[in-house]
Write a protein that binds this ligand. Structure first.
Ligand SMILES: [Zn+2]
Length: 93
């Protein structure tokens, strides 16, 4: 699965290095230069009830090519919430 840049949403992302022990992958966006980290071994399933118009909105973002799928859009939204409310930084998982 190819990664999307969390900042500019382009698919021009290259894998810089990986840390097998921590399950981390380091990426850089060739388009905007943004560097970010993904944890690829820590995805867990969470079931959430959402209002239908949230889901329609998420599907519209996917249709416009902003995100590859609804899951990725939700991950970005949760990441931004946690960065703002909890981590006080923009570093990404
Ligand atoms: Zn970018």
């Amino acid at each position: 699965m190819s990664e999307w840049c969390p900042r500019c949403h382009k698919k021009s992302v290259v894998l810089v290095k990986r840390n097998q022990n921590k399950g981390l992958k380091y990426y850089r966006c060739k388009h905007c230069g943004y560097e970010f980290v993904r944890r690829y071994s820590c995805l867990k399933l969470v079931t959430v009830h959402l209002p239908e118009f949230y889901i329609k909105g998420l599907e519209e973002l996917v249709r416009r090519g902003r995100y590859p799928n609804k899951s990725e859009a939700i991950r970005v939204a949760v990441r931004d919430l946690l960065a703002r409310e909890l981590w006080n930084r923009e570093e990404v998982c």
